[in-house]
Design a protein around this ligand. Structure first.
Ligand code: IMP
Ligand code: MG
Length: 179
């Protein structure tokens, strides 16, 4: 695991894939216990959450299902963006136990709007699993139920997280050097 460079910026190793997998296994164990006898529907929030969702979904030994949604930002793509619209949701969520799978919760704006929209579709429950959580950032009243790692407010890439669309394919997570 060496330093990587994107857009002239250096990123240094932060969380190894092995550590990520161990944590996913812990979270999967909790989900199995808490959803015993039920069939949760995992909702992977594209693009960033796909590696986490794939590994978490396979690690959970339940009769579960997975689907994919995308959020359209009305204003840019930054975390300052306004209201987001849910795209691609075709399932009937009524009475379902939903586990939203996110890569990272930063300000919490994205996830709070999404949870609100999902709850309006009368599911039995909605919980949030996020690989990364920046608790120091301003929160919108949403506390994720399953958190892989709590991290300080630093910019990270890899394992699904991108910098201008790049670096999602890195198997480990890297942090901006000097950040
Ligand atoms: P929130 O609405 O502020 O919670 O925004 C979360 C979204 O911002 C994530 O789904 C990511 O797309 C993006 N994001 C936040 N922090 C980072 C980061 O450190 N690296 C890459 N993307 C990030
Ligand atoms: Mg995301």
């Amino acid at each position: 695991m060496d330093k990587v460079t994107y857009n002239g910026m250096n990123f240094v190793p932060y969380i190894t894939n092995e550590t990520i997998q161990e944590r996913i296994s812990d979270l999967a164990g909790r989900i199995e216990k808490e959803y015993e006898g039920r069939s949760p529907l995992f909702l992977c929030v594209l693009n960033g959450a796909f590696p986490f969702a794939a590994d978490l979904f396979r690690a959970v030994n339940l009769d579960s299902e997975i689907s994919f949604i995308r959020l359209k930002s009305y204003e840019g793509t930054s975390t300052t963006g306004k209201i987001k619209e849910v795209l691609g949701l075709t399932e009937n969520l009524e009475g379902r136990d939903i586990i939203v799978v996110e890569d990272i919760v930063d300000t919490g704006r994205t996830i709070s709007k999404l949870v609100e929209d999902l709850k309006a579709k009368n599911p039995a429950s909605v919980r949030v699993a996020t690989l990364l959580f920046k608790p120091a950032a301003e929160q919108c009243g949403v506390v994720p139920d399953y958190v892989g790692f709590e991290i300080p407010t630093k910019f990270i890439i890899g394992f699904g997280l991108d910098l201008d669309g790049k670096a999602r394919n890195l198997r480990d997570i890297y942090v901006l050097e000097g950040n």
